[in-house]
Design a protein around this ligand. Structure first.
Ligand code: FES
Length: 342
C-alpha cells in the first residue's frame, strides 16, 4: 500500500498528510488546514502556492497555471497530487485584512449600469472586523451552502461597499435573487476573502489588465492609490466587447493626474465602426505597447481564458511569475463570480 506524504505549510509550519490520489487542497481541508481556494477545479488560481520542496503531478494540466509559473516553482493545490513529501509557501492573508466573518449587509441601491452589469451597493455593520484590503472579495450566502463571490469594487471607506454584478441569463442569483432586491433588504455575507491585493511595497510599475467586471477589484486598488505621492506608474488596460460596455470609462479617464503617469487603454473586441480606440484582445494590446514586462508588477482580473493567455504571453515577454497576480472569474456556478487569486 502506498504511504501518504506529508505536507508542511510555510510560514507557520502547519502540516498534514495527503494520500497520493487526493488533491493537496482536499487533504488540507479534511484535516482543518485552511488553504486559500475558490473554484476547486483549476480555473481561478486562488490556491496557487510556491513549492519549496518536493514534487507534484496533475491528472490534467490546470488552466490557471501557466508553464512559466510551474517552471518558477508554483503549483495549484486544488489539482496537485503529491509525488513526495512537500513544503509549500502559502501566501498569508494580506496585511491589514481582517479574519473573514459572517455578518449581514443591507442593500442600499441596485442600479443597472449597462444591459448586463448591475451596481449593487451594500452597507455593512460598522465593525473593525470587516476591514478589507482593496482587491479582496466577499461571498453573498444564499443558503444550503450556496454562495456567490463578488470583488469589492470600492476602496475601503466607511462601511459601504460597491459590487459589480454581471447578469447571467438564468443565473440563480442574478436572475432569481437580484431582481427581487429592494433597498433595505438584508443579505447574509462573508468577508473579507481572498489574497488578491496590490503589492505597492514591491516598488514596481503597475500593469493592471481586466476584462468585463474584472475591473471591479482593480478599481478598488487604484482608488486606494489616488493622490498617493508614492504611487508608481500605472498602466490600466480594460477589455470589453463594445462601446456600450465601458461603464466606468468616464470615471477612469477622470483619474488622469490623480495616479502617477497613468495610462488608461480601453480595448474593444467588437467595436462599432465609429470606435477610434484600440481593438482586439486586451493582452495583445498590452504587448504592442509594453514588449518588455520584466520590471512590472502585473495584476490580471477577468475570464480564465484571458488570464491563461496573458500569463503565458507575458512570461514570454519577461514577466516574473512572482510578480504576476491573477483574480479569475469562476464559472462553476450559473452566475458569474469574480474571485480572488494571489
Ligand atoms: Fe485552485 Fe481555483 S481553487 S484554481
Amino acid at each position: 500500500m502506498t504511504r501518504p506524504f506529508r505536507v508542511t505549510v510555510q510560514p507557520g509550519a502547519a502540516s498534514f498528510e495527503v494520500q497520493p490520489e487526493e488533491s493537496v487542497l482536499d487533504a488540507a481541508l479534511r484535516q482543518g488546514v485552511p488553504l486559500a481556494h475558490e473554484c476547486t477545479f483549476g480555473g481561478c488560481g486562488t490556491c496557487r502556492v510556491a513549492l519549496l520542496e518536493g514534487q507534484v503531478r496533475y491528472d490534467e494540466w490546470p488552466l490557471a497555471l501557466s508553464d512559466g509559473e510551474a517552471a518558477a516553482g508554483f503549483a495549484l493545490m486544488c489539482q496537485a497530487r503529491a509525488c513526495s513529501d512537500l513544503v509549500i509557501d502559502a501566501e498569508p492573508r494580506p496585511a491589514g485584512a481582517a479574519e473573514p466573518v459572517h455578518t449581514r449587509a443591507v442593500v442600499r441601491a441596485v442600479t443597472p449600469v449597462t444591459d448586463s452589469v448591475i451596481h449593487l451597493e451594500l452597507e455593512l455593520p460598522d465593525l473593525p472586523a470587516l476591514q478589507y484590503v482593496p482587491g479582496q472579495h466577499l461571498n453573498i450566502l444564499l443558503g444550503d451552502g450556496v454562495h456567490r463571490s463578488f470583488s469589492m469594487a470600492s476602496a475601503p471607506a466607511g462601511h459601504r461597499v460597491d459590487l459589480h454584478v454581471r447578469r447571467i441569463p438564468g443565473g440563480h442569483f442574478t436572475d432569481g435573487v437580484l431582481p427581487q432586491l429592494q433597498p433595505g433588504a438584508v443579505l447574509e455575507v462573508e468577508l473579507p476573502l481572498g489574497r488578491f491585493h496590490c503589492r505597492t511595497q514591491d516598488y514596481r510599475p503597475l500593469l493592471m489588465v481586466a476584462t468585463g467586471t474584472g475591473i471591479a477589484p482593480i478599481k478598488s486598488m487604484l482608488e486606494a492609490l489616488l493622490d498617493d505621492p508614492d504611487c508608481p506608474p500605472v498602466w490600466l488596460y480594460w477589455g470589453m466587447r463594445d462601446e456600450r460596455d465601458l461603464y466606468l470609462d468616464e470615471l477612469l479617464r477622470s483619474w488622469q493626474g490623480r495616479l502617477y503617469e497613468f495610462s488608461y487603454v480601453p480595448v474593444l473586441s467588437r467595436a462599432g465602426s465609429g470606435w477610434t480606440g484600440r481593438r482586439g484582445h486586451v493582452q495583445q494590446a498590452v504587448l504592442e505597447d509594453l514588449p518588455d514586462l520584466s520590471e512590472h508588477g502585473i495584476y490580471l482580473c477577468g475570464s480564465p481564458a484571458m488570464i491563461a493567455e496573458a500569463k503565458q504571453a507575458f512570461v514570454q515577454h519577461g514577466a516574473d511569475p512572482r510578480h504576476l497576480h491573477a483574480d479569475g472569474f469562476s464559472f462553476q456556478q450559473a452566475d458569474h463570480t469574480s474571485v480572488a487569486i494571489a
